[in-house]
Each structure stands twice: as structure tokens, then as C-alpha cells.
Ligand binder design. Structure first.
Ligand SMILES: *[C@@H]1O[C@H](CO)[C@@H](O)[C@H](O)[C@H]1NC(C)=O
Ligand SMILES: *[C@@H]1O[C@H](CO)[C@@H](O)[C@H](O)[C@H]1NC(C)=O
Length: 299
């Protein structure tokens, strides 16, 4: 009797499996593995990270198919993921290292072997986080960087809120094109402590992410590093016009002329702002934004 019971159970199982299998479309039988060895590698460029992976196992079964990878990544806490579809086995991008980084990737199969529809693998995931050292209050404050006249980069900072008097900070920077991270060579100091940096000429640095880390040291406490990313062309402060002439044409008309600031910024990039008072007692200030470097004011 016992044997018969068992047989029936087996039969049920078999029937169930067959029924379940046949309700799925044939595409569900095509399964592709996720990429292998997915990892986030920090080459030490202060935020520029490498995301890399190896092809999935058993890829030989899909010779007639296109294999692509869909990569999603973000700084932990960001609302949205960046999505990249690639056939390569690596991708590089800049991240804010003050926060963690998370990424996931899956394999996409497309083509004849899937009968035209897209097959996706499960996700492989990776995270990266520079384990936070030191208290948050030891970080520098109010970092301010300006690229004067598209020529001279200057950064200033204030020390952390709660630091011992022996604390000193150091600035490191990197952008694509530099072989390795460089330390500031010309610090601006106050009471013997670094509070800013004057950068040297930064060759071919425009329109690239510019990475900065300000860390520090102290005998008595660990100092939390701060990371920054910006693009130099976005923090340019131009010089004032070189020369301004004012000619009174008649009692009702004044002619203003000025020349463009000297330096590498093309003339077409400037607009000008003019403020003037009609007479000393009235203090009427007009602010005009102009593209021309000549102007007639009629009263
Ligand atoms: C492939 O697609 C065609 C057209 O949609 C369909 O008739 C055929 O049954 C599919 N073959 C498989 C193996 O799914
Ligand atoms: C500061 O950062 C630079 C660049 O990453 C690193 O070489 C250096 O060891 C760091 N210094 C401290 C005190 O953490």
C-alpha cells in the first residue's frame, strides 16, 4: 500500500510540473546569467571610479544573440539612477566620495536565439564606501573655489568646527589627463595653517570633472576628508573691463565705451552690467545687461 501512495504522489508532482511548464512561454526557457565578478574599483583619483565585470557563465549557448549589459549606478541617497547600456566590460564615472556608491548590472540578450524578445538576467550588485574616519565636525567648512579670468584657480576653506589647534589641512586634486593625484604646491596660509590653495596653470582641464580632496592631520584626532567635484568653466569669475570712457555728447546724451577684459575668455562670452546714478542726490541706480561694449544713454 505504501508504495502505491508514493507512486501517486510522484505522479501528481510530475503532472504539476508539466502543467506549470507548458503555461510559460518558450522564451522563459531561455535564461541568461548575470555578469560575473562585478566590482567597483577606486584607482585613487578622488572620486573617479571604475565599474567592471566579466561576461556571464555559459554565454556560448547564445552565439546567435547580441549580449549587452545594462548598468545602473548612483551615489547612495540620490533619487535617481544613471543607466548605461554597453557591450563593454567596464565603465568609468565620477562619484561624490563623501557618500557611498551603489551599482547593479544585468545581462541583456537580444536577437535570434530569443526569438526577437529581450531576455534579462538577474542583477549583480556592488557597493563602494570609503569607511568614514574622524568626526563630521573635523571636516573643513565653506570650501570656495573660483577660476579667476579662466586662468587662475584659487580655493579657500575654513577649518572644521571642532578641531585641535595642531590640525592642518592638505589639498589634493586630479582630473582626466593627469597621471596621478597632485598635492597643492602653493598653499595660502594663516597663522602657519593652510587655509587655501593657489593652483598652477591647469593644462587642458576645461569641460572635465575636477576632483578635489581636502584632508588633514592632527596628533590628537583623526580628520574627516572632504571631497568636491566641479567643472572649471562653471566657476569662472571674469575681470572687470579694462578701460571705461565716458563722453558727454550734449546735455541729454552720454556715451560710454569700454574694452573687453584681457585674458583667454572670448569676447562673445561676455555680457556687461552697468550701474549708474543720474545725480548724486537722487541715487537712482540703473542696472543694464549688455552684449555690446558701447552704449549711449539718453536722459
Ligand atoms: C517565435 O515567434 C513566432 C512569431 O511570433 C512564433 O510563431 C513562434 O512560435 C515563436 N517560436 C518560439 C520558439 O517561441
Ligand atoms: C590625504 O589624501 C591623499 C590623496 O588621496 C592621500 O595620499 C593622503 O595619504 C591623505 N592623507 C591623510 C592624512 O589621510
Amino acid at each position: 500500500m505504501a508504495f502505491i501512495h508514493l507512486d501517486i504522489r510522484c505522479l501528481y508532482t510530475l503532472l504539476l510540473c508539466t502543467a506549470f511548464g507548458s503555461t510559460l512561454s518558450s522564451n522563459a526557457e531561455i535564461k541568461v546569467n548575470p555578469p560575473q565578478d562585478f566590482e567597483i574599483v577606486d584607482p585613487g583619483y578622488l572620486g573617479y571610479l571604475y565599474l567592471q565585470w566579466q561576461p556571464p557563465l555559459s554565454l556560448d549557448n547564445f552565439k546567435e544573440c547580441t549580449v549587452e549589459y545594462e548598468l545602473k549606478y548612483r551615489n547612495i541617497g540620490s533619487a535617481s539612477w544613471k543607466t548605461i547600456i554597453t557591450k563593454n566590460l567596464h565603465y568609468k564615472d565620477g562619484f561624490d566620495l563623501n557618500k557611498g556608491v551603489e551599482a547593479k548590472i544585468h545581462t541583456l540578450l537580444l536577437g535570434q536565439c530569443t526569438n526577437g524578445s529581450e531576455v534579462q538576467s538577474s542583477w549583480s550588485e556592488a557597493t563602494y564606501w570609503i569607511s568614514p574616519q574622524g568626526n563630521l565636525e573635523t571636516k573643513i567648512q565653506d570650501m570656495d573655489c573660483v577660476y579667476y579670468n579662466w586662468q587662475h584657480l584659487l580655493c579657500f576653506w575654513k577649518p572644521g568646527m571642532c578641531v585641535h589647534s595642531d590640525t592642518n589641512y592638505n589639498l589634493f586634486y586630479w582630473y582626466e589627463g593627469l597621471d596621478h593625484v597632485l598635492q597643492c604646491a602653493d598653499y595660502i596660509k594663516a597663522n602657519g595653517k593652510n587655509i587655501g590653495c593657489m593652483f598652477p596653470y591647469l593644462e587642458s582641464s576645461d569641460c572635465k570633472d575636477f576632483y578635489i580632496c581636502v584632508n588633514g592631520s592632527s596628533e590628537s584626532q583623526v580628520i574627516r576628508p572632504s571631497y568636491f567635484i566641479f567643472q572649471l568653466q562653471n566657476i569662472v569669475k571674469p575681470l572687470p573691463p579694462d578701460y571705461l570712457s565716458l563722453t558727454v555728447k550734449n546735455s541729454e546724451e552720454i556715451n560710454l565705451k569700454w574694452s573687453i577684459p584681457k585674458g583667454p575668455i572670448p569676447a562673445k562670452c561676455f555680457i556687461y552690467e552697468i550701474e549708474f546714478t543720474e545725480d548724486d542726490t537722487a541715487w537712482v541706480v540703473w542696472i543694464l545687461r549688455l552684449f555690446e561694449k558701447i552704449m549711449n544713454i539718453a536722459f
